[in-house]
Ligand binder design. Structure first.
Ligand code: DX5
Ligand code: ZN
Length: 220
């Protein structure tokens, strides 16, 4: 049995005291720091940009998992590589030449991921699955933290897991949006390898304890 990775989303952290929340993640059982970059065009919200990522990178001790919710992400691949990002995920819906974008991410030394909106069929990744390090399945419409989990995610994970197996591919499956102890075990059971959690971690009384609980959600 593989242990699931937990990637707390800093979007739900205290922006007045980011260092404190980053250090909580450093000390916790989290695997990665999840960074949500929004441009107000691809999604109806703006989160934070390069100076904040630079500040996060200064204190973060775990790999940076950056989720770009921006149009034309090719423009910033090298910038994120220079900032020390470990894994860069772009949206399927934002890339006209996805294969080229993925190769560019890898040539810049980062791992490459593709995110799918809730309406996007996982079958669309058939011809590129072997090139991906990760597929991020959005379980809410991207743009905001604290939204309700969309249940068709379970089927998408199962279909994707099957596709990865058939292609003998190595891509990890990450699930992002509305993840909590209510659905963690079921997501792991369906085949999720990485769980992103914002509100359920940072709004809990004991964020570090919640990360531990999520990472041990039993997958039976
Ligand atoms: C939403 C972001 C998520 C978000 C998750 O567009 O991609 O990473 O921060 O937040 P919760 O866990 O609160 O749904
Ligand atoms: Zn995200």
């Amino acid at each position: 049995m593989n242990t699931v990775k937990i990637a707390p989303s800093l979007l739900a952290a205290d922006f007045g005291n980011l260092q404190k929340d980053i250090e909580m993640v450093n000390q916790s059982e989290a695997a990665w720091h999840h960074l949500d970059i929004m441009d107000g065009l691809f999604v109806p919200n703006i989160s934070y940009g390069m100076p904040v990522v630079k500040a996060i990178a200064k204190f973060a001790k775990k790999p940076l998992d950056a989720h770009l919710m921006i149009v034309d992400p090719d423009r910033y691949i090298q910038t994120f590589a220079d900032l020390g990002v470990y894994l860069l995920t772009v949206h399927y819906e934002a890339c006209t030449h996805l294969h080229r974008t993925i190769q560019a991410i890898k040539s810049s030394g980062m791992k490459a991921g593709v995110a799918l909106n809730p309406h996007t069929n996982v079958e669309l990744l058939k011809n590129i699955i072997g090139d991906l390090d990760l597929v991020l399945i959005m379980s809410v419409n991207p743009g905001f933290g604290g939204q309700s989990f969309i249940p068709n995610t379970y089927d998408k994970i199962r279909t994707l897991k099957q596709m990865i197996k058939e292609h003998k591919a190595a891509a990890l499956i990450e699930v992002d949006g509305g993840v909590s102890m209510e659905n963690a075990a079921k997501l792991i059971n369906a085949g999720a390898d990485v769980l992103v959690a914002g509100s359920s971690v940072f709004k809990s009384k004991n964020p570090s304890g919640t990360i531990t609980e999520l990472s041990r959600a039993t997958n039976t």
